[in-house]
Design a protein around this ligand. Structure first.
Ligand code: 5GP
Length: 164
């Protein structure tokens, strides 16, 4: 057979796979047919002040900010899935749409909803159209435990959800 790896290296790949599988619960990744995916968050847990969007709000982690007001903060998604892919988050400590819609004040809710509309308008998306999306928990595939609404646009976006 063709010798592709030296003897010590032959054990390295399976060893790394086993290590990754063993560590997956701690890395917040899971295996699926599509490969390694981030593990969805549990939207019933209390707010985690260490989450990545909390740090973006505090400016501890940089982001490409596109909008900010008293109630909301908007920034470009780090891994865009459309020509325009912007995230809008409320400034309050809310894990998910469920948390927000039950606990936020009428002012916070109005401020956040208006901010989402304002960002879409500022991006010139009203006339061509756009899509809003909020993932909640496991079935939604929510990865960050701070409520965020995705704004997608810039081209026709195709079917509403993946059917399988
Ligand atoms: P979810 O799956 O929770 O609805 O969406 C999370 C989104 O946040 C993903 O689209 C992901 O690309 C984005 N994201 C995750 N971490 C960061 C980050 O550190 N910075 C920015 N700008 N976006 C992030």
């Amino acid at each position: 057979s063709i010798k592709v790896m030296s003897k010590p290296l032959r054990w390295l790949v399976p060893a790394l796979v086993v290590l990754l599988l063993a560590a997956s619960p701690f890395l917040r990744v899971e295996m699926s047919a599509g490969g390694i995916e981030a593990m969805p968050i549990d939207p019933t847990l209390p707010y985690d002040d260490e989450n990545i969007f909390a740090k973006i709000l505090l400016g501890e982690i940089p982001s490409n900010k596109v909008y900010e007001d008293e109630w909301a903060f908007a920034f470009e998604d780090i891994n865009p899935q459309a020509e325009i892919h912007t995230l809008v988050i409320p400034k309050g400590r809310y894990v998910s749409w469920d948390d927000f819609s039950t606990k936020a004040s009428a002012e916070e809710i109005a401020g956040f909803v208006r901010a989402v509309g304002e960002v879409a308008r500022a991006k010139g998306l009203v006339e061509p159209g756009y899509r809003l999306l909020a993932n909640i928990g496991a079935h939604g595939g929510q990865e960050v435990p701070h409520l965020h609404v995705h704004i997608f646009g810039g081209r026709p976006l195709g079917p509403m959800i993946l059917r399988r």
